[in-house]
Design a protein around this ligand. Structure first.
Ligand code: PLP
Length: 441
């Protein structure tokens, strides 16, 4: 069952009313459905069954400890991009031996910590990085397992800020340079060549760019595997989700909603790619982030004011771009629905936050049933790249996060206590407190 749905006009997450959560825990509030996360992971894991494989959840999409624990318990590996993420995975109960370390700018201390932790592979993005890893591994007298990230130069046709697989991006190593680099790496004593990796972008809604990239790189993977005894081929993450009408009563999963008819589904992904991958005889890795958590979370917000300016209707809510930046950063669409469905005409509404930026806007001229002060709204599909991109801009505290499991609920993060915002700030000694002149007292 789709785990966000209306029952008697009240929005539910699994078997808990979202409005009751907002009342109890305040807003803005992220709410995640455990069974939705599990369903997404298990569905992907299942379609890949014909091949030896490991699904490595991309932690950067949502790094909440509860979510990492759910996935670790299901047998997920993890795609990490920093020492902080690796430490989070370990702290939440994940296994470092299932972690792959991505990123173009790994620092010495990050590499050293990953070596100490014994990760599965470093996904190396440049020759200087290879040299650095070899040096640090030598100091530890170990062999560092690596894969090179190949940039296949395939256009993923997604938003410019999340395209990574063309030569216009900073990511990966050009396709033409890969073989030379493996040959050089082979000579380094403290490097163990373990795989080949790629990741072409995020929020891909068609299978075609994946197909093009995999078809282009598979022969290379085969050749390198034969030469260097590689163990795995990672085709990255990036599977898109449906943001339109993500809430459709009756659908079992978002990929079964009418709006998903044209997008890639776990089944179409597997049936297109597995036939190309199977002959390689390599272990397949994928690194999905958004696919697993995107539609498993919502951001609940309360209407502070309703304001009319000429023809325009604004609903000013208590969540803002600092809580969920996707609309401001990527022009992203999020479905917005009331937690209590009312009848009445729809009016074109801009749902905006209180931050002092015109970009602080969740939707423009969206037909919404008339809202009132105090109403609660749910911003759907906010589970990926939501909380993890939150900031304290405007000195707003981080929102709370809550996990639902059937009727069980638990805060997986408390709302940030305001004084935490300035606790690491220090007043320079010479800035003495100056009393207000008498005239102001
Ligand atoms: C961001 C990222 C992912 C996950 O991307 P999604 O679009 O969330 O699936 C996977 N692999 C790498 C290397 C990434 O940078």
């Amino acid at each position: 069952m789709h785990e966000f749905r209306y029952i008697n006009n009240k929005l539910y997450c699994e078997n808990v009313s979202v409005e009751s959560l907002a009342k109890q825990h305040g807003t803005p509030l992220y709410v995640y459905s455990q069974s939705t996360i599990a369903n997404h992971f298990l569905t992907l894991d299942k379609v890949l069954e014909p091949l030896p494989h490991m699904v490595c959840y991309a932690v950067k999409a949502n790094s909440n400890a509860g979510i990492i624990r759910i996935l670790a318990n299901l047998g997920s590996g993890f795609d990490i991009v920093s020492e902080g993420e690796l430490r989070r995975v370990i702290a939440a109960g994940g296994d470092s031996r299932t972690c792959v370390f991505a990123g173009v700018g790994k620092s010495e201390s990050e590499i050293d910590f990953a070596l100490q932790s014994g990760i599965y592979a470093f996904n190396v993005e440049s020759e200087p990085e290879l040299v650095r890893i070899n040096k640090l591994a030598a100091a530890r007298k170990v062999q560092a397992p690596i894969a090179f990230r190949v940039n296949p130069n395939v256009d993923a046709s997604t938003h410019a800020k999340i395209t990574t697989g063309t030569y216009a991006n900073k990511f990966g190593i050009p396709f033409e340079d890969i073989e030379g680099l493996y040959a050089r790496a082979k000579k380094l004593k403290n490097i163990k060549l373990r795989g080949l990796q790629m990741h072409i972008g995020s929020q891909l809604t068609e299978v075609k760019p994946f197909q093009q990239a995999v078809a282009k790189v598979a022969p290379l993977a085969k050749k390198l595997a034969a030469l260097y005894g590689l163990e795995f081929f990672s085709i990255g993450g990036g599977m898109g989700i449906v943001y339109q009408q993500a809430l459709e009563s009756g659908a079992a999963s978002w990929w079964e909603t009418p709006a998903a008819a044209k997008v890639l589904t776990p089944a179409s992904y597997a049936s297109t790619l597995l036939p190309i991958l199977k002959p390689l005889g390599l272990r397949l890795l994928i690194e999905p982030g958004r696919f697993i958590v995107g539609n498993a979370g919502i951001l609940v917000t309360r209407v502070e004011y309703v304001k009319q300016v000429g023809e325009k209707n604004f609903a000013i809510v208590d969540a803002a771009m600092n809580d969920l930046i996707r609309p401001a950063l990527y022009d992203a669409y999020h479905q917005i629905v009331p937690t209590t469905r009312k009848s009445g005409p729809e009016i074109a509404t801009d749902v905006v936050g209180p931050v002092c930026e015109s970009g602080d806007c969740f939707c423009k001229s969206r037909p919404l049933t008339k809202v009132q002060e105090g109403d609660c709204l749910a911003i759907m599909s906010a589970g990926a790249y939501g909380f993890c991109m939150a900031s304290n801009y405007n000195s707003r505290p981080f929102p709370a996060e809550l996990l639902v499991n059937d009727k069980l609920t638990s805060l997986t993060r408390f709302r940030q206590y305001l004084p935490r915002l300035w606790e690491s700030e220090k007043m320079p000694r010479w800035l003495k407190f100056v009393r207000l002149p008498d005239a102001f007292s």
